[in-house]
Design a protein around this ligand. Structure first.
Ligand code: G3P
Ligand code: MG
Length: 245
């Protein structure tokens, strides 16, 4: 049902390093995590990069949109100072760099396809093609795609059906099963805030993997695992460590 690690470092290094940077992935690895989640978006020149927000400004020192910025310009920008002066050297990594980093260290990946508005189909397609090409001659375990965008997941399936897929819901809709079936997804990822035990059990009974983001309290982590939730994304790498489950 869930052939992956149970505790997953959210955005690479949770709250210990600037999200979605190589420093974050290194931090997660050094804390014993062998499973990470991160977000992938396309630049103006359609290069997949690891970043969460559509807009520059919160984590990247700059203005405008990722989809209006060339990759060569984006990777020059400071993506670490917002977190702390000693991270001023951090940059937005290319998806390629994160695939290299994680696959070299045996870190399993949940690749969240995070399309900018209006780029859902092409983001799913390009990320899936890129991933498929990367793994073509490798025997390593494939990552798991997920997305809030059903269009992006459908495009990933059309492009690389062999790479497993999950669907992300902030709040699980009543027709969740129809969506999972249509997309041939194997997992459902949801906001822990809105999950009830009843729905968790329905998802489990239907044979799907179930994971929750973002779980940062021990009592809630224990409760969700007791309900049968398969995996948790956490920002609190030292509190809810890789061996928590
Ligand atoms: O993939 C789980 C979680 O990362 C989804 O929310 O906004 O943190 O990407 P967000
Ligand atoms: Mg995410």
């Amino acid at each position: 049902m869930w052939p992956y690690p149970k505790i997953i470092a959210h955005r690479g290094g949770g709250s210990l390093a600037p999200e979605n940077t190589l420093a974050a992935f290194e931090c997660g690895f050094n804390h014993g995590f062998r499973a990470v989640e991160f977000d992938v978006m396309l630049t103006k020149d359609l290069i997949p990069v690891v970043v969460h927000d559509e807009e520059l400004g919160r984590t990247i020192a700059g203005e405008g949109l990722i989809c209006d910025t060339l990759a060569a310009d984006l990777v020059q920008m400071d993506a670490g100072s917002w977190f702390g002066a000693k991270f001023a050297h951090c940059r937005v990594p290319l998806y390629q760099e994160v695939l290299d980093f994680c696959s070299q260290r045996g870190i399993w990946m949940n690749v969240e396809i995070k399309p900018a508005t209006g780029f859902e189909q092409i983001t799913g397609q390009i990320v899936a093609q890129f991933t498929s090409d990367f793994y073509q001659h490798k025997s390593a375990q494939l990552p798991l795609f997920s997305s809030f965008s059903l269009t992006a997941i459908a495009a990933a399936r059309a492009t690389a059906a062999h790479i497993p897929r999950g669907v992300l819901f902030d709040q699980i809709p009543i027709n969740w099963l129809a969506h999972l079936r249509e997309l041939e997804a194997i997992t459902l990822h949801t906001n822990q805030r809105h999950l009830s035990q009843l729905v968790a059990e329905q998802i489990q009974r239907a044979g799907y993997g179930l994971s929750c983001y973002t779980v940062n309290e021990i009592s809630r982590a224990q409760e969700l695992l007791a309900w049968g939730v398969d995996a948790l994304f956490t920002d609190r790498l030292t509190l809810i460590g890789p061996d928590f489950a």
